[in-house]
Design a protein around this ligand. Structure first.
Ligand code: GLC
Length: 799
């Protein structure tokens, strides 16, 4: 352990004693005698930012991650000084800054320590590149667990692991392999039933050590840039995730069709093949909304061109697909083929839009089209140009979504798989090398794509999907987990990755269902579909090298199973859409690991398989062959088995039967789950009746249903419909109150309530305090009633 008199220890440099303190509104500055400045910004009573400068001076403040609409404002900020420390006090927390070492300690108002520096900030000068390697070490608290960090394909609890963030094209990655396609330097710490989060907003390669090297130390560091991190206090994980998501932003609502089923392959061509696949979906009555064109639609893999031999009339093909309810999504990669007769190349070259090497020549690298140059998407002018390139694809041909791939950026046949580090980037007017811009390159590409697709789709909503991402990418784009493999282990990985991404701010995410590389068995495919329909983004994609991977590519039993789950997804569209609404509006992750659902139950701290879909559906995939069921943990509370309506008490592990056609699925008691009828694609039919599956509870539970025009922006002007429900059950009665907000008028006039688990036989029904005859509400058996959609109070009682 160093003392304050030693400024250098094991090659590291440390701050020493504070000689100056200054406050400027919500910013507090502490300066040490060896020129370290700590800037503490109070964003909210429980959200702070810590920045450290080493030679008395901060770099210009700029971040791609932070959302313009992040909320700020606190209730209280006081600073006290004692002989040994400064004490910063907000309405929720206390930050102690040690005068001799600049170390900090954060505690709640009762004095319970939430997070404290071990060595705190320290650094090492980087002689090769200039600047510093900036480091932070914290004390790992007793029994502390760690979560988050984006797409890491490892156990959900990161305790004992070391991970690093360097966006990488990791074809056929394995369990525990790191780094992968995303860089999301955000983690959640949980100890003593209280949680906090740290977001290290530094785009250089960052490393995180969660008590791996030393069992009581958690540390993070970066190859350059600033020690610049945000701290969020819970005490609930939900609140931490909410704060991080608020800071880095959420997307606008996507068009509802994007929540339908998507079919992809590398590649469907020629045109006839695409149409044939689409037709087969309709013939077999398997719902589908999205169909993908992978790189072979282009002329020699040149972006924004068409191979006229395979696709003689793309506009007509896209229109034909459209007439049958399909939306076409096309891939666009960043590499622009070096070809003087190719207009995109010429435009970029003439305007000086390509990334350059340190000494001036354009960055060259091999990707699908051969030797390419790469636009510098960190230049705002380049982004604008890039956005404009989508005019033909979107406005003229009618493509509905764009898939950005290889944007890590991936380069073939070089050991680093990416650009050399000397490549220069504009970084929105803060010129830098690839060391700093690498992790954000893909996000800036997706952002430019989003601007273009949005502009040319307007007044409809855009759809973009990206492979590479840095924190904040969720504002512009959805994502998938990259090139996985058709193995049972990868089914496990997909499950963990999607949960992790959701609590890392990026909910609109899915995996290549069935696996990208290699060929799944029918059984694996069926099990993966059963999981995939419960992921926010639901797409089958495969490399196509090993045969077909469509719902009908296996045997009839598998086709039937796959159809039934895709149908279930379409029935659950209003539920999914409501999840998405809550994500965009309230920063609530669409999928929640069990620890997010109930952190006080320590059983949840090490669970990986079970998750909550939305607010009230518990899902647990079967992850091995020949299973007749599985053991799983049912979290605390009372749950209905979705398939049997059997009621189960949680808080323990249970064996759950799940033959090939079943995935363990449970509904929280009291939940009201909305459903639409099955459609072959979103908007195929006008919904004539909203179905609500009502799961009786002795007690109170709230549910909601969000709806709007399913596309377009009218919802922003109040044309949405939000139905909030309060269910109150007692021994012999059930009361359902409905509160409706927004001015959107839904297509249906009635709502059908299907009751599950009613413990009594209905004798009287009052709607809005008027007794109605049982016949009038079309009571079917003892289990369903149909009401006018405008009801505000339903009171049923029985014996
Ligand atoms: C990459 C993508 C994959 C795509 C392929 C061809 O491997 O991850 O999804 O099919 O490139 O474009």
């Amino acid at each position: 352990m160093i003392t304050n008199t030693e400024l250098e220890y094991k090659g590291n440099l440390y701050p020493n004693d504070i000689i100056d303190f200054r406050r400027d509104a919500e910013k507090l500055y502490f300066t040490t005698s060896n020129g370290v400045v700590l800037e503490v910004s109070i964003l909210r009573d429980s959200a702070f930012r810590f920045r450290y400068a080493t030679e008395n001076i901060f770099e210009p403040d700029f971040s791609y991650a932070i959302s313009e609409s992040a909320s700020i404002g606190y209730n209280k900020l006081e600073v006290e000084e004692t002989v040994t420390e400064y004490l910063i006090i907000t309405a929720k927390l206390k930050i102690l800054v040690d005068k001799r070492t600049l170390r900090i300690q954060i505690s709640d108002l009762k004095g319970a320590i939430i997070n404290e520096d071990e060595l705190g900030f320290h650094w090492e000068e980087n002689y090769q590149f200039g600047g510093n390697t900036v480091k932070m070490s914290k004390i790992t608290q007793n029994a502390e667990s760690f979560y988050g960090m984006g797409d890491k394909a490892t156990h959900s609890n990161l305790k004992g692991k070391r991970v690093n963030n360097w966006v990488t094209d990791q074809y056929a990655f394995g369990k525990d392999q790191d780094p992968l396609y995303k860089a999301i330097p955000f983690y959640i710490g949980l100890h003593n039933n209280s949680a906090y989060g740290i977001f290290f907003d530094n785009t250089f390669r960052t490393q995180f050590d969660f008590a791996h090297e030393r069992r009581n130390v958690t540390s993070f560091w970066a190859d350059g840039g600033e020690m610049n991190y945000y701290f969020f206090y819970g005490p609930k994980i939900a609140e931490v995730v909410n704060s991080y998501t608020d800071l880095t932003g959420t997307p606008e609502l996507p068009p509802m069709w994007t929540l339908g089923f998507h079919q992809s392959k590398w590649s469907y061509y020629p045109e006839n093949r695409v149409l044939e696949i689409a037709k087969k979906f309709r013939d077999l009555r398997i719902p589908c909304d999205g169909i993908y064109l992978d790189i072979d639609y282009m002329e020699g893999f040149r972006c924004f061109t068409w191979n006229k031999e395979y696709f003689p009339d793309p506009k007509k093909m896209v229109q034909d697909l459209r007439n049958d309810g399909f939306k076409t999504i096309a891939i666009i990669d960043p590499g622009i083929k070096i070809d003087k007769d190719y207009w995109v190349y010429q435009e970029a070259k003439d305007n000086d839009y390509f990334c350059k090497r340190g000494d001036g020549p354009a960055m060259r690298g091999k990707v699908w089209p051969g030797e390419c140059n790469f636009p510098d998407f960190t230049n705002p002018e380049v982004r604008e140009w890039w956005a404009g390139l989508y005019k033909e694809l979107i406005a003229e041909i009618g493509i509905k979504g764009v898939w950005n791939d290889m944007n890590e950026p991936a380069v073939m046949e070089v050991p680093t798989k990416t650009f050399p580090l000397d490549v220069r980037h504009d970084y929105d007017g803060h010129p830098c090398s690839h060391r700093k811009a690498h992790n954000v390159y893909g996000t800036q590409m997706a952002r430019a794509t989003y601007e273009g697709v949005k502009k040319f789709s307007f007044p409809k909503r855009p759809f973009v999907i990206t492979r590479a991402a840095y924190s904040g990418a969720q504002r512009f784009t959805s994502t998938w987990t990259g090139d996985n493999v058709a193995t049972w282990e990868h089914l496990w990985i997909a499950n963990v990755q999607i949960q992790r991404m959701c609590i890392s701010g990026m909910s609109f995410v899915g995996s290549d269902i069935g696996g990208f590389a290699e060929q799944p068995s029918g059984e694996l495919f069926a099990r993966w579909i059963q999981l995939g329909v419960f992921h926010p983004f639901c797409r089958v994609h495969s490399s196509g090298d090993h045969g077909d991977q469509e719902p009908w590519s296996f045997d009839d039993e598998v086709t039937d199973i796959v159809r039934s789950y895709i149908e279930l997804r379409y029935q659950l569209l209003p539920y999914l859409y409501t999840m998405f609404y809550r994500y965009t509006k309230e920063n609530v992750p669409m999928i929640k690991p069990l620890v997010h659902f109930d952190q006080e139950d320590h059983q949840t701290h090490f669970r990986t398989d079970e998750f909550i879909f939305g607010e009230q559906i518990l899902v647990c995939p079967v992850q091995e062959p020949n299973a007749q069921g599985r053991r799983m943990y049912i979290p605390r509370g009372t749950w209905y088995n979705y398939w049997t309506d059997e009621v189960l008490l949680g808080g323990m592990e249970k064996w759950v039967v799940a033959r090939l056609d079943k995935i363990p699925l449970f509904i929280k008691e009291g939940a009201m789950i909305p459903k639409y009828p099955v459609q072959q694609y979103v908007g195929e039919i006008e919904v004539e009746e909203l179905i609500m599956e009502v799961y009786y509870k002795n007690g109170v539970e709230r549910s909601s249903v969000y709806e709007d025009g399913q596309d377009g922006y009218d919802y922003k002007k109040g044309r949405y419909s939000l139905r909030n429900y309060k269910l109150t059950g007692r021994e012999n009665e059930l009361i359902i109150q409905q509160y409706k907000g927004g001015s959107y008028i839904s297509s249906y006039e009635t709502i059908k309530l299907n009751f599950h688990g009613l413990p009594f036989t209905i004798s009287t029904i009052e709607v809005d305090h008027v007794q109605v005859s049982l016949k009038e509400v079309q009571l079917k058996g003892n289990s369903s009633i149909v009401l006018d959609k405008g009801f505000s109070n339903l009171h049923i009682s029985g014996f």
